[in-house]
Design a binder for this molecule. Structure first.
Ligand SMILES: [Zn+2]
Length: 335
C-alpha cells in the first residue's frame, strides 16, 4: 500500500496529513518555527513527516509522494519560498530552501509538488468540492489576505515560479493604501479582513473602549444598519467586483468559487451585491453566465490542497466516492 502526504505551510502553523487510497490516517499540526537557520522551515516539515512515518510504523519507501500547499510567493522556478508571512518575521531569511532538501531527504523517486495555498485550493475544489465537472474555474479566498487560483482548459495556471493568480495584488485604487507587497491600492489592502478592520478605524469606527474593531464587529455594525459601516462594506464589495471583473477578463472562467472566513461568515451580505456589481460593470460578452458559488470544502480545503497536487486519477476517484475528509475519526496530534 502507498501513502500520500499533504503539507500545508502557513504563517502560523504547519500541518501534515497522511492518507492512503481510502482514508486519512493521521494529521500533525505544529506552530511554524521562525527563528534559526534559513532551512528551519524545511527541516521542520521533514521532521514532521518523519514523525508521521514513525507513528504509522511505515518507511520512507512506502510514500508515494509529498504535495505541499504553502504561503508564497516562490522564487527560483518555484523551488524556494519567499513569503512575507514567514521570511523576515523575527529572522533575516530571504528565500527559504524547500524542494531540494525535501527531495534529498525522501528520495528523487517520489512524486513532489509545491503550489501556493490558493492555487492548490482551486485544484482541491475541482477534484472534491464545488468545482467538480468544470475545466475553467477560479478560486478566490477573502480572509486574512486575498488570494486566488486559476484552472484554464483543465490546466492549473502556475507561471515561471508558480506565482500565477496572485489576485490579491491586482491594483484597483490609484495611490491607495500601501500593501505588504510594496504596491499601493492592491485589493488585499482594501478587502482583506485586516484591511477592513483598519479602514473602519480610519473612518472613526471603534468599540465602546475606543479600540479598533475586529472584522466581525465591523460586519455586526453593518447588520445593525450603522451607516459608516454600511458605506465601507458597500465600497469594499465594489472594489472586490473590480477584481473579479479583471479575473474574468483574464481567465474566461465558467465558475468562480469564493472561500475564506471573511466571505464565508458574511456571504449573506457580500454575494448578491458582488455578483450584481460584476454583471453590471464587467465585459458582459465574457462575464455573461459565469457562476459564482461558495467554497464547498471550506475548512477542509487546507487538508486536501497538498494531496490534490499529487493524487493519481484512481485515488482521486476513490476519494471522491468515500470523502474521507468528512470522517473525523483520524487522530490529530499537535507536535
Ligand atoms: Zn499587494
Amino acid at each position: 500500500m502507498k501513502y500520500y502526504v499533504g503539507v500545508d505551510i502557513g504563517g502560523s502553523n504547519i500541518r501534515t496529513i497522511f492518507g492512503t487510497d481510502t482514508k486519512i490516517l493521521l494529521k500533525l499540526v505544529s506552530p511554524t518555527r521562525k527563528s534559526g537557520p534559513v532551512d528551519t522551515v524545511v527541516s521542520q516539515v521533514i521532521e514532521m513527516i518523519d514523525r508521521g512515518i514513525n507513528i504509522l510504523q511505515i518507511t520512507k519507501t512506502d510514500l508515494f509522494g509529498i504535495g505541499t500547499s504553502s504561503a508564497s510567493p516562490f522564487v527560483d522556478g518555484g523551488t524556494r519560498i519567499w513569503t512575507p508571512n514567514i521570511s523576515g518575521v523575527g529572522n533575516d531569511w530571504k528565500d527559504i530552501p524547500y524542494m531540494i532538501p525535501l527531495k534529498s531527504h525522501f528520495g528523487e523517486h517520489l512524486v513532489y509538488s509545491l503550489a501556493n495555498d490558493c492555487v492548490s485550493s482551486v485544484k482541491a475544489e475541482q477534484l472534491f468540492g464545488a468545482g467538480q465537472g468544470y475545466e475553467n474555474l477560479v478560486y478566490v479566498t477573502i480572509s486574512t489576505g486575498v488570494g486566488g487560483g486559476i484552472i484554464a482548459n483543465n490546466h492549473l495556471v502556475e507561471g515561471k515560479s508558480r506565482n500565477a493568480a496572485h489576485v490579491g495584488h491586482l491594483v484597483v485604487e490609484k495611490g491607495g493604501d500601501l500593501c505588504g507587497c510594496g504596491q499601493r491600492g492592491c485589493i488585499e489592502s482594501i478587502a482583506s479582513g485586516k484591511a477592513i478592520a483598519r479602514r473602519a478605524q480610519e473612518r472613526g469606527l471603534a468599540n465602546p473602549e475606543g479600540n479598533r474593531l475586529t472584522t466581525k464587529e465591523v460586519f455586526d455594525l453593518y447588520r445593525q444598519g450603522e451607516p459608516t459601516a454600511q458605506a465601507l462594506i458597500h465600497e469594499t464589495i465594489e472594489y472586490l467586483g473590480m477584481m473579479f471583473s479583471g479575473i474574468i477578463s483574464i481567465s474566461d472562467p465558467e465558475l468562480i468559487i469564493i472561500g475564506g472566513s471573511v466571505f464565508i461568515n458574511n456571504k449573506d451580505i457580500i454575494m448578491d451585491r458582488l455578483v450584481d456589481y460584476v454583471m453590471k460593470n464587467s465585459f458582459q460578452a465574457i462575464s455573461k453566465g459565469v457562476k459564482f458559488v461558495e467554497s464547498e470544502l471550506k475548512d477542509f480545503v487546507g487538508d486536501l490542497a497538498g494531496l490534490s497536487l499529487i493524487f493519481p486519477e484512481e485515488i482521486t476517484q476513490l476519494w471522491q466516492k468515500l470523502k474521507p475528509w468528512t470522517k473525523t475519526d483520524f487522530p490529530i496530534q499537535e507536535v
